[in-house]
Design a protein around this ligand. Structure first.
Ligand code: TXA
Ligand code: MG
Length: 318
């Protein structure tokens, strides 16, 4: 693996990242959700490299990362409700689909809309401040595979194709941002993620319950897949009906231990945030150790919804 791991302890780490960009090389950067594969929005060669490195289909657009205090009207049309979402949730893991302005078609896969997000991660923000330009950044994994929550996961997946990753430790949330769009005054959740429906409601937004008329091309059903079969169960009986030394039985939450052999729990303190932050890294390691992963569905509330969504998409179906 030839990938360079850039230490964020060095004073000039941002300059080093910018040097790669100036050579049209994307760099993987930590965010509060997952690591992103980043390039400046105007550097189309580097943006094209992102599609190539991820083997991402060209119809799947990229999220554009900004700072909340920039003049955002340069890049999108923003109405009053969208402004309120921004003021309540940015910086943080909420992405908003907006009518685009001055964003290259390569970035949005020719759509006239763009997803904007202002990450809260201090290292990512330092790069944005120094660059003074938005960064496109899809999750830094091969298309359809598990999203990376550590620099090691990035290096293992993309190390032979990518020049550099900025070390930022483990990501706080471990699942991607929530993507929303405002339609007819209501908030439509296009992708479940780190900001829950309950949080949006508590902040005073009306959530649309109907089927979304817009879709996010990257949310094709098959996604986040480990390299061994993963089965996702509603029923505890079915979940534990098959056991063996090569089979992992995974539960998202529990506080009743001890557990039988090969049963693992993502959070034994019943903490959804802890479970989410461990999810992808756990699956990444489990795929090397087991021949089959059986997961029991968790509560359909708060972050549980994003966890269930990722597990359903990761699962093997006929
Ligand atoms: O937390 C996150 O959002 C991470 C970090 C790195 O910021 N990024 C991320 O990007 O998850 P990605 O590319 O893995 O997922 C973005 C999703 C994809 O499903 C894509 O199809 C959708 O957002 N998307 C992006 N731009 C869009 C657009 N203009 N219209 C519709 N969907 C869009
Ligand atoms: Mg992704």
């Amino acid at each position: 693996m030839s990938i360079k791991v850039i230490s964020s302890l060095k004073d000039n780490f941002a300059d080093e990242v910018l040097q790669y960009f100036s050579k049209d090389e994307p760099v993987a950067l930590p965010t509060e959700t997952v690591y992103g594969l980043a390039a400046p929005v105007s550097r189309l060669k580097a943006v094209a490299r992102i599609y190539e490195i991820k083997e991402r289909p060209s119809f799947n657009p990229l999220i554009v990362h900004v700072k909340e205090d920039w003049d955002l009207s340069q890049w999108a049309e923003i109405n009053e409700i969208e402004k309120k979402l921004i003021s309540k949730f940015w910086p943080g893991p909420l992405s908003i689909l907006l009518k685009k302005k001055n964003i290259p078609d390569l970035v949005t896969a020719a759509s006239d809309k763009v997803v904007l997000r202002a990450p809260s991660h201090p290292l990512f923000r330092k790069i944005l401040t120094k660059l003074k330009e938005p960064l496109v950044a899809p999750s830094a994994n091969s298309s359809t595979k598990l999203s990376p929550t550590t620099s090691i996961a990035v290096a293992e997946d993309l190390g032979s194709k990518l020049k550099a990753v900025l070390e930022g430790g483990r990501c706080e949330w471990g699942v991607e941002s929530t993507i929303v769009e405002v339609q007819n005054g209501k908030v439509v959740i296009l992708r479940e993620g780190a900001v829950s429906k309950e949080q949006l409601e508590a902040a005073g937004f009306e959530i649309s319950t109907g089927a979304a008329s817009t879709h996010t091309p990257g949310s094709q059903l098959k996604h986040y897949a480990p390299s061994v079969p993963l089965y996702f169960f509603d029923s505890e009986e079915e979940w534990k009906s098959k056991r063996g030394k090569d089979i992992l039985l995974l539960k998202v939450l529990d506080s009743d231990s001890p557990y039988a052999e090969n049963v693992e729990v993502l959070s034994s303190s019943n903490d959804l945030k802890e479970a989410a932050s461990r999810l992808f890294d756990f699956l990444r390691r489990a795929q090397d150790q087991y021949k089959e992963i059986r997961v029991l569905k968790t509560v359909d509330q708060l972050l549980g919804r994003a966890i269930n969504d990722r597990l359903l998409r990761a699962s093997t179906r006929s």
